[in-house]
Design a binder for this molecule. Sequence first.
Ligand code: ADP
Length: 604
Amino acid sequence: MAPMFEKVLVANRGEIAVRVMRTCQDLGIRTVAVYSDLDHRSLHVRIADEAYAIGGHTAAESYLNTEAILDAARRSGADAVHPGYGFFSENADFARAIAAEGVTFIGPPPEAMEAMGEKIMSRRKAIEAGVDPVPGSLDAAESADDVIAFGAAHGWPLAIKAAFGGGGRGMRVVNDAATAPAAFDACRREAQSSFGRPELYVEKYLTWPRHVEVQIFADTHGNAVWLGERDCSVQRRHQKLIEETPSPGLPDDVRQRMGAAAVRVARATGYVNAGTVEFLYQDGEAWFLEMNTRLQVEHPITELTTGIDLVEEQLRVAAGEPLSFTQESIQRRGHAIECRINAEDPTGGKFLPSPGTISRFSRPGGFGVRVDAGIGVGDTVSQHYDNLLAKIVVWGSDREEARRRMQRALGETVIDGVVTNVAAHQAVLEHPDFAAGRHSTRWLEERVDFSTLAPAPPPTTAPELAHQPAGSATAGPARQIDVEVDGRRFRVRVYEPDTARGPRPAAATARARRRAEAAGARGAGQITAPMQGTIVNVQVAVGDTVEAGQPVCVLEAMKMENQVEADVAGTVAEVRVRPGDTVGGGDVLIVITPASAAEPDPAQ
Ligand code: ADP
């Protein structure tokens, strides 16, 4: 059979670019990578058949540079473009620009992206399709008064959300009328700065929901089906960490109703290709949350339970072929779980980004284990892109088998050079609430105690250094070595004082800060960057008086804004950074002369 396309350009990077290229190559389709200056040696470039430089470092300079990508498409002669997720995947203008070149955009029609890209409009579309959205407004909230009126009528808490928001950003939870004005202003500012659009709206904030989403697929021949749901309730900062299918404990009649509702929403928007309709489920009821008009990060769990390669199906549908399955022919088997392995330090539940260079990567394997990674040894994880390194996906004949298999797979996983969240995944997988399926979207942040996680080992290039399993509370970093005693092999963990190894600035700073916090201590007034990143704004000037804990600047790394706070009360003596500056972990940003400079500093 002739392949549906000759050559596909993947307008993305990281694990999703690799994942899309693999299916293309399975189908005999040539693959084209585009890459930023920082990515010239990345895995997606190494596995592509051809690669074109698009320049730049930041996303805006590279993977969001339409002209550069169009130029690569022309030079390569690609006949289709796959956008992956993120970047341009839900950008109607980009899809139109690709089509104008006579190249196929592998995704939905631009009109469907527009209808679902704006949350107020998508809520109206859901209602048109006979599906109830989360109770809330169908018009933009113009002022804090609108928010207060909504709270008075429907009760608190509520969520103020950016109409053009996404990626877990642009949302504020408000508990009462008194805090509504400040929350409204902060949300509007964030909406404008992050999404370029200030429009906000209000929704009831559900306090113990499950995030359950439905994978749909539609073709250009009028067929639209759903392929099961995914439970994405293990979240931090309203962002997904672990996904599974089927959703534990979801009654089958609810599942069927959600599937049918998702298909109706897709039909109401004239949808074509792969899409996801998200719901919040609480107390036996499911409400429409939003629709994502692209392939999702967590699509592999649907692939493992249905046996369908969703990227292959995307290619077919984009080429004008009918769906290769019907609603009746889709069979779901067993249970699948995905853990997102991020370069982030979960210590104390903070999940701080951790850029660096990968010095070791041992992948798990065995029956029912799939690893979709975007990195290899020697690759640098940049502060400019998101921090997803790899996805570990397992299949089991039932949930318990899948859960145990994931624990085994996590135990085999070793990534050195950056701090990862593997230990946090282990803590979740072994938690009785998760095992019993009693969790919700609030659960991880409210109920899981990350204070017992070992401090993250400092990134290192030494091959004998392995990661620390969950629950091994130690004061300093640990080193694992293998020894033989009487011919029997033992793994020994050796604890060293913090000073015994050359400190990496960010890790050293994080440790110092943790120690300071533990002691309820005051810092020395040298405010350092907790990680490599870019300064977004500076909130103090030389001569200002500051309180301990007062925000002094915002540092962005890996799409996450981190508020940097004064560690001591005093007067600002020096401001060493400006917005736009790139700083390294441990760099001194601001110097404060402590109010009582004579007091000893217990953190030192
Ligand atoms: P984004 O587009 O940023 O992903 P979503 O609207 O999809 O934002 O919401 C992301 C997450 O935020 C949800 O999975 C859920 O955990 C939480 N959330 C969003 N809206 C509500 C709400 N009304 N009540 C409770 N939680 C919510």
